[in-house]
Ligand binder design. Structure first.
Ligand SMILES: NC(=O)C1=CN([C@@H]2O[C@H](COP(=O)(O)OP(=O)(O)OC[C@H]3O[C@@H](n4cnc5c(N)ncnc54)[C@H](OP(=O)(O)O)[C@@H]3O)[C@@H](O)[C@H]2O)C=CC1
Ligand SMILES: O=C1O[C@H](COP(=O)(O)O)[C@@H](O)[C@H](O)[C@H]1O
Length: 601
């Protein structure tokens, strides 16, 4: 990460980031904004070293943002504010005190501390620490960074390092110096044990952070990897006792963001008592997945797709999530949420919003999120008539018995919690009027996959319709965006079988990522953590998006729970309840994944 300097060359330019020029003003160095004239930050900045970092390709943008952070040394002015306001004050007093050398020189070196709250937990071990290491490995973390684990469990720094090291891996395509880099990364990891509701404990943590910050501009990121009922306590303690006085303080919040409209609104209110909306980064890790990020690129940078992206040409859209394992180990959490809250209300609905939104004015976070909110607010509240719920039961295959959901020790025997759901959703706007958006999500199914399927309408007056027999659906085009595993985008088309006759065939125009690119695809958490460090909010959920999302699902969830609707059983490892097929048939839809297995070539 480049060292940001207040007096920067006239090339740093990004939407919302002012070019800062220092002016002497009564003992303080006043930064005044210059007009935004340069079109692109990336075009001119970036050292050779930075350009070589392909994974964090936005480093230059990040660098420009670092400058905004660097000049926001005046306490209380966050980097976000610096960017938003295009003008920041920096006092000489502050600037001098920031010199790590203590020599009175103006230092603009900054440091980032990432504190993983709930460091002893499953998500921290499985995803967050490995993502931080991957970012370090790729050279995407700033020069001065420190990782802190915070939880109630008693642990030494060394014990934390041992715990983390068990889950760190190097990319398959980059094993060079892996061991060395792991050691160096682990040396930057520390632990502090404390309560989640104790301002005193967070004050102690803050002291430790200060030691590592060593007088530099101090940016602090708190990742709340803890159960949601303690989010607000932690936000309060972090904000009162561990806010950075010279730099930004941001908080990543993990889902679930409430259970319904009311609890979500309460959570938002609670967080906003202690944090500004700009400080809150609500993570939905599906937004960080490569192919979800690519959705907008596919739509808006290819002439062939966007003109077809409407009711005129699209017959239905399917959003499918399936896992080939049950709730193993997470039954306690899952039982009070269920698959609709766990996957549909967030991951699948977020994908739907990105898929269906109108073109945003720009790629700016607020422009994109405005469009997402608009489309969510155009959606019809989901009717229970359009929903099927299921729960997996035990099944024996090949002599192995796979347990049913209620056999999980952490799940009550009589639980009605759905582990599967299918739903038909509608967007009542001009673009999508009448187009069913079908969602399907389930655990303990026959396969693990997440995909978006777009089924196009029949070709009007198709000259070749005879070749397809009576089933004209066989002739329609289908675009499949396979989010995981084995990322791919393929378009099913009709073509002639080579030869003298006239036989038609179905083939795939196929972009298979593993064949096309020789790099491992970064984990979603890497992208999102890097974005949070950079202050890029595009892939995080704004509170009004959350309200709109809950408004669609809350009446359904209330109805299912108050009527104690019994889920339809399906065997572990099957394709889910038959009801899902009837639901699709009601709208003249056939699930695109019904007969297909993964297409890899
Ligand atoms: N695990 C996953 O795959 C995913 C998790 N999430 C979300 O991320 C967050 C963290 O998940 P995960 O790591 O699985 O959670 P854990 O249940 O493992 O909890 C994380 C840590 O929080 C502390 N903790 C647990 N329960 C309580 C409690 N009742 N009161 C106070 N502290 C508690 C524990 O640390 P200690 O006792 O040391 O203080 C624990 O190690 C949750 O909000 C979860 O919903 C989201 C997506 C996926
Ligand atoms: O948020 C969640 O996501 C995981 C699935 O994530 P993936 O990246 O492995 O597809 C899911 O297992 C979990 O139940 C849910 O809380």
């Amino acid at each position: 990460m480049a060292i940001a300097r207040p007096a920067m060359p006239a090339v740093m330019r990004s939407p919302g980031i002012a070019q800062i020029q220092p002016q002497k003003q009564q003992g303080s160095l006043r930064m005044t904004p210059m007009p935004l004239t340069m079109p692109s930050v990336r075009r001119r900045c970036g050292s050779k070293e930075e350009r070589s970092r392909q994974v964090c390709g936005d480093l230059c943008l990040c660098m420009a943002k670092e400058v905004a952070a660097a000049v926001s040394v005046h306490s209380g002015i966050s980097k976000g504010q610096a960017q938003n306001q295009n003008s920041v004050l920096i006092t000489q007093e502050d600037a001098k005190s920031t010199s790590p050398a203590g020599d009175g020189a103006i230092s603009t070196e900054s440091t980032v501390t990432i504190t993983v709250v709930g460091a002893s937990g499953d998500l921290a071990k499985k995803k967050i620490f490995p993502a931080l290491f991957a970012l370090y490995y790729e050279g995407c973390l700033p020069k001065h960074f420190t990782v802190f684990g915070y939880a109630r469990s008693k642990m030494t720094d060394e014990e934390l390092r041992n715990m983390i090291s068990a889950t760190l891996t190097c990319r398959i395509d980059q094993r060079e110096n892996c061991g060395d880099k792991m050691d160096k990364f682990l040396q930057r990891c520390f632990y502090h044990s404390g309560q989640y509701n104790s301002e005193v404990c967070f004050g102690q943590l803050s002291k430790k952070l200060e030691e590592h910050e060593a007088g530099r501009l101090a940016n602090r990121l708190f990742y709340l990897s803890i159960p949601p009922d303690i989010f607000v306590d932690v936000a309060r303690c972090a904000s009162h006792s561990a806010t950075s006085l010279r730099g930004w303080t941001r908080v990543i919040v993990e889902k679930p963001f409430g259970r319904d409209s009311q609890s979500s609104a309460e959570l938002t209110r609670g967080l906003k008592q202690h944090l500004k909306e700009e400080q809150i980064y609500r993570i939905d890790h599906y937004l960080g997945k490569e192919l979800v990020e690519n959705l907008s690129v596919l739509r808006f940078s290819n002439l062939v797709f966007e003109p077809l992206w409407s009711r005129q040409y699209i017959r239905n859209v399917q959003l499918i999530f399936s896992e080939d394992f049950g709730t193993e180990g997470r039954g306690g959490y899952f039982d009070s949420y269920g698959i609709i809250r766990d996957i549909m209300q967030n991951h699948l609905l977020q994908i739907l919003a990105l898929f269906a939104m109108e073109p945003p004015v720009s790629l700016d976070a607020e422009d994109i999120r405005n469009e997402k909110v608009k489309v969510l607010r155009s959606m019809r509240v989901i009717s229970s008539e359009d929903v099927v719920v299921g729960q997996y039961k035990s099944h024996t295959r090949g002599g192995i018995k796979y347990p049913g959901y209620t056999e999980d020790k952490t799940v009550p025997n009589n639980s009605l919690t759905p582990t599967f759901a299918a739903a038909a959703l509608f967007i009542d706007n001009a673009r999508w009027d009448g187009v069913p958006f079908l969602m399907k999500a389930g655990k303990a199914l026959h396969t693990k996959r997440a995909e978006i399927r777009v089924q196009f309408r029949h070709v009007p007056g198709n000259l070749y319709k005879r070749n397809f027999g009576s089933d004209l659906d066989l002739a329609t085009n289908e675009l499949v965006i396979r989010v995981q595993p084995d990322e791919a985008i393929y378009l099913k088309i009709n073509n002639k079988v080579p030869g003298l006759g006239m036989r038609l065939d179905r083939s795939n125009l196929h972009l298979h990522y593993a064949a096309r690119y020789d790099r491992e695809i970064p984990d979603a958490y890497e992208r999102l953590i890097l974005d949070a460090i950079e202050g890029e909010r595009r892939l995080f959920i704004r509170s009004d998006e959350l309200d709109a999302a809950w408004a669609l699902f809350t009446p359904l969830l209330n109805e299912l729970e108050s009527n104690k609707v019994a889920p339809e059983f399906y065997p572990y490892g099957s394709r889910g309840p038959v009801g899902a097929y009837y639901l699709a048939a009601k709208y003249n839809v056939r699930w695109g994944d019904a007969n297909s297995e993964l297409t890899t070539v």
